[in-house]
Design a protein around this ligand. Structure first.
Ligand SMILES: [Zn+2]
Ligand SMILES: [Zn+2]
Length: 380
């Protein structure tokens, strides 16, 4: 279908003034508004065509481009289909969808159904977990206050066995249509029926259980399976466990927001676990086999002779399973050499002997301080 010339659509000459264009548009929009014009089966298409033409011709920049290039001026990406939105796909700014200009002129809200099914609310539940439970996963029960479909009336609001009739005011549509007289013509305004509040039905005897609300408030205990590896800020969605829907709509979802309590020994870094293990200076100097705690039990760790404080040892695969299934992290054991604070006379004697024998050690420390001095002189 070939596109009609915009001037022809609005029935104005090519040198028409802004005022003439606006006047022509208002007259035609009034004539073809689909809520007003019920006779012409093409009214809606014509109404769109008129709006499209007006949108271009009422904008000086767009009009100039149209005068020069015709419809080709607006046939950019996305405009190939040539539908109602077509001419506005090509790149010039300041153009919104057709609906905006419609709303601007006629006050909006036409045609949107105020009634119909509505999905229930999404709910949030904050769950604080122990470090180990978060790392290994846990099945737990949470108590969630929420609305549920009334079990007595099954959500239809009437006491079982009593009639539900179509609302007489709106004839069961749930809508109230009001014809409005505006400067641009007569328009139909659709609002929810005040008698039945958009339900379209009238209950004669409200349900005893829910007082006709169709929903009841419950504290519901829900089993929640928390996967291994969740961390602070992690969200778990339990589909359909949120608030009850309205007018036959589905329930919302429940989101569990995770926070994790810190642990006394373990610290988390991504999916790795870091654990500081104190060792004596004798173990550090001579080496030893340690028994260290992990999330998965205890593990043996061989620290070699001459281990320093702050050395990191990796226990492969002893970390946290990734909650999205990307393998498992490692555990890092960081040694912390503990200096003894209470020495017996005998120990003191032996240490003095140790120091006398290990004179090179003192020189080693000298060397360290000399290097620091050199570095400072060098302007570091
Ligand atoms: Zn009920
Ligand atoms: Zn009604």
């Amino acid at each position: 279908m070939a596109k009609r010339d915009y001037y022809e659509v609005l029935g104005v000459s090519r040198d028409a003034s802004e005022q003439d264009i606006k006047k022509a548009y208002r007259r035609l929009a009034r004539q073809y508004h689909p809520d007003v014009n019920k006779e012409d089966p093409d009214a809606e298409a014509k109404f769109k065509e008129i709006g499209e033409a007006y949108k271009v011709l009422s904008n000086a920049e767009a009009r100039a481009r149209y005068d020069q290039f015709g419809h080709a001026a607006f046939e950019g990406a996305g405009a190939a289909g040539g539908g109602a939105g077509g001419p506005f796909g090509g790149g010039f700014g300041g153009f919104e969808g057709f609906d905006d200009i419609f709303d601007m002129f006629f006050g909006g809200a036409q045609g949107r159904r105020p009634t119909g099914p509505r999905q229930g609310d999404d709910l949030r539940y904050d769950l604080e977990l122990d470090f180990v439970d978060a790392a290994l996963g846990i099945e737990t029960e949470i108590e969630v206050p929420r609305t549920e479909k009334c079990p007595h009336c099954k959500g239809n609001q009437a006491e079982p066995g009593t009639p539900i009739r179509d609302c007489t005011r709106c004839g069961g549509t749930g809508e109230q249509r009001q014809v409005r007289q505006t400067a641009f013509g007569r328009f139909v305004n659709v609002t929810p029926c005040p008698e039945c509040r958009g339900e379209g039905k009238k209950v004669e005897t409200p349900c005893m259980e829910c007082a006709g609300a169709g929903v009841v408030r419950r504290r519901r205990t829900i089993k929640a399976k928390i996967p291994a590896g969740v961390d602070d800020g992690f969200r778990i969605r339990l589909s359909g466990e949120g608030g009850a829907g309205e007018r036959g709509g589905p329930p919302g979802d429940l989101y569990i927001f995770i926070s994790v309590r810190p642990h006394d020994f373990f610290e988390r870094d991504g999916n790795d676990v870091i654990c500081e293990v104190p060792i004596s200076f004798v173990q550090a100097a001579l080496g030893d086999e340690l028994e260290v705690p992990t999330l998965h039990g205890s593990a043996k760790l061989r620290v070699p002779e001459g281990t320093q404080s702050g050395t990191r040892f990796r226990l492969r695969g002893q970390g946290i399973s990734d909650p999205r299934g990307y393998g498992r992290g490692d555990q890092y054991v960081v040694t912390k050499v503990v200096t003894p604070t209470r020495l017996s006379a005998k120990q003191r004697e032996l240490l003095k002997e140790f120091a006398r024998l290990g004179g090179d050690k003192v020189e080693d420390e000298r060397g360290f301080f000399d290097r620091v001095k050199d570095a400072l002189k060098g302007g570091v």
